[in-house]
Design a protein around this ligand. Sequence first.
Ligand SMILES: C[S@@+](CC[C@H](N)C(=O)[O-])C[C@H]1O[C@@H](n2cnc3c(N)ncnc32)[C@H](O)[C@@H]1O
Length: 285
Amino acid sequence: MSILPEPYFTELSHLLQQATGIYFDASKKYFLEARVQLRMRTLGIASLEEYVRYLRQGAHRAQELKQLQELVAVHETYFFRHPQQMDLLRQEVFPRWGERIRRPGARVRIWSSGCSSGEEPYSIAILLVEHFGYELVRDRFELLATDLSEAILHKARRAIYGPASFRGHMPEAYLGRYFRTHRQGRALCEEIRSLVRFQTLNLKDSLWPIGAGWDLILCRNVLIYFDAPTKQHILRRFFELLLPGGYLALGESESLYGYTDDFRVISGKGAMLYQRPQATGGEQR
Ligand SMILES: C[S@@+](CC[C@H](N)C(=O)[O-])C[C@H]1O[C@@H](n2cnc3c(N)ncnc32)[C@H](O)[C@@H]1O
């Protein structure tokens, strides 16, 4: 029997959508119900009415919403999740950056938004080190990785991974070069860990305290959980934060179609990147 009748489902899904952007249609009802039951058990609350009352109360509201949002976010990720997109970065984008970083003081800034447990930004860090060498990446690149969930960022900073994180297309040689065996799986080496800075950031918040002027923003497999107006709004903000000529990377099954025409499409073999056009007539970055 369902514990989550209307109007509670509507109220809870609305609260969560406002807080996180994550949209729950009727097909997600059982998922949400299971998460709410978990919270009720933890809190020792027997009835849904009581839980909703608890959640509505000013004193508990913010804290409880945080707990619930930790439980509803999907953190699925792994190393080298979309190798074709990484090839496109290596072939199309890295050579341009290579030219730029020869200029004194030039830096390249990369933001992985919705980074989950860190496999995505660490994969990018490995790719950069393979291409440019460690010293150049350390001195000339900034890698910021953010997520809504504090618990998942704790895991990202720890950087110890089980087999599920390696089900992508990580070249065998990288395992030996960048990981050491650990009793809980594999531990990423300090050299790569130190290249990525993690920070909590909710994409639904009106303030993103990360500054502007990014060369690449990755937002892979995050926007799929949001409704259309939220997606459109976030994409506009990404556009504004990118430097002219900067790139946006979405997940394999995602596209900008129907949300914005602002970006130039760069297609590769089995992958796409989106580029903020240069202001006028300038050479693409
Ligand atoms: C499916 S994972 C994607 C991880 C990685 N980008 C990838 O493609 O492998 C989605 C991540 O987005 C985060 N997320 C969901 N809503 C968010 C929001 N409003 N702000 C920031 N991160 C959010 C979740 O916590 C989760 O870690």
